[in-house]
Design a protein. Structure first.
Length: 356
């Protein structure tokens, strides 16, 4: 059992439960160290001290922001952290720096209405999900007792088409790619279903040729979407491609005078600039968009459609949906189900099997 002062200035009592092994956090409800020590001295581990609501501290949205952003910085991806920062900015503008216990369901509904004037429903839903998570974190840190988002619903959004490429379109796109590196990126995406952020962060030491797997996991400057390690089996076709790329790296390191200064290392990114620097996501995305335009394909297509194509091809090949979920790195089977495409041709083949 020990005391710790958080960034908001409040002292907290940390208690290790000998039976469950879990740590319990109790707010001392004060920023004064002597009062916190007194709280510690009088605390009874068998029955938690009940403090009257009249004496409870008046935590504000600003206090919540301090705790949440620290938690997010330590535990979530940088891109996710930027979403939290943006949402807090809008919350202060729309709701104001209210005491947490004064924030109501009406405040959240008002937030949705105000934001809907400038962004679409999908964006508002993402922000609402973030707000709900913010208050849940606050509950964990004993800053508030209940979540004002509890009875608020997301906007209903019509199901969005999951775009994927057919074999002819893939061949066309590959033929328009000016470099072998981009051809390899496209094939890698189609054979692994990796997200663009994952592709840009794969290093040679993540590829285990002996075990025939690619490890996708958190790194110092990269976090997976689910935060979990994922192993992607290397198919026969992908194995050949990676071997050619790997041998090419070794050959360039020893023969090409332009890069002979940069000794080959397993820490190298498998897709990188000539300097060895890893590719930026926006650069790959923009370059792929140019390929699509050169291929005369509709503007609605984008790089992520390669991932859709991978998942769709697995489904069409009769792969068990639970296997597809694991290969795609989804945390929820319902996410995988939304990727299933049933084309008119598929339906036609189905009805043609009926013979009366």
């Amino acid at each position: 059992m020990f005391l710790s002062k958080r960034q908001n200035g409040i002292y907290y009592l940390f208690i290790n439960d000998e039976h469950s092994g879990k740590r319990k956090v109790v707010s001392c409800m004060t920023k004064n160290k002597s009062k916190a020590l007194k709280f510690l001295a009088t605390y009874n581990s068998q029955s938690e001290i009940k403090i009257k609501k009249s004496t409870s501290p008046k935590f504000t949205l600003h206090d919540l922001q301090t705790e949440v952003l620290k938690f997010v910085s330590d535990n979530l991806r940088r891109s996710t952290g930027l979403i939290y920062i943006r949402v807090f900015k809008h919350m202060f503008k729309i709701i104001g720096n209210k005491q947490l216990k004064q924030i109501t369901t009406n405040d959240i509904e008002n937030y949705k209405s105000v934001r809907l004037r400038v962004v679409n429903k999908t964006t508002v839903n993402i922000e609402f999900t973030t707000i709900k998570a913010i208050f849940n974190i606050g509950i964990r840190f004993n800053l508030l007792e209940s979540n004002p988002c509890k009875s608020v619903k997301k906007f209903t959004i019509p199901q969005k088409e999951r775009l994927c490429f057919n074999d002819l379109e893939i061949s066309l796109i590959l033929s328009k790619a000016k470099t072998s590196m981009f051809q390899n990126i496209i094939r890698f995406a189609l054979l692994t279903g990796c997200r663009l952020n994952e592709i840009c962060n794969v290093q040679w030491n993540d590829i285990k040729f002996e075990e025939n797997v690619i490890n996708i996991f958190n790194k110092e400057d990269f976090k997976t979407k689910t935060g979990k390690l994922r192993q992607i089996p290397i198919s026969v076709v992908l194995h050949k491609q990676l071997k050619v790329m790997f041998e090419g790296e070794l050959a360039e390191t020893t023969q090409n005078e332009l890069i002979i200064e940069n000794d080959f290392s397993l820490d190298n990114y498998i897709f990188s600039l000539r300097s060895g620097e890893k590719l930026r996501i926006d650069y790959v995305s923009a370059t792929f968009k140019k390929l699509l335009r050169r291929s005369k394909l509709p503007e609605k297509y984008h790089f992520h459609c390669l991932r859709h194509t991978f998942i769709t091809n697995l489904i069409k090949s009769g792969v068990n949906i639970n296997y597809v979920k694991e290969l795609a790195g989804h945390s929820d089977i319902h996410t995988t189900m939304r990727y299933i495409h049933i084309s008119t041709d598929d339906l036609r083949d189905a009805v043609n099997k009926i013979n009366i």
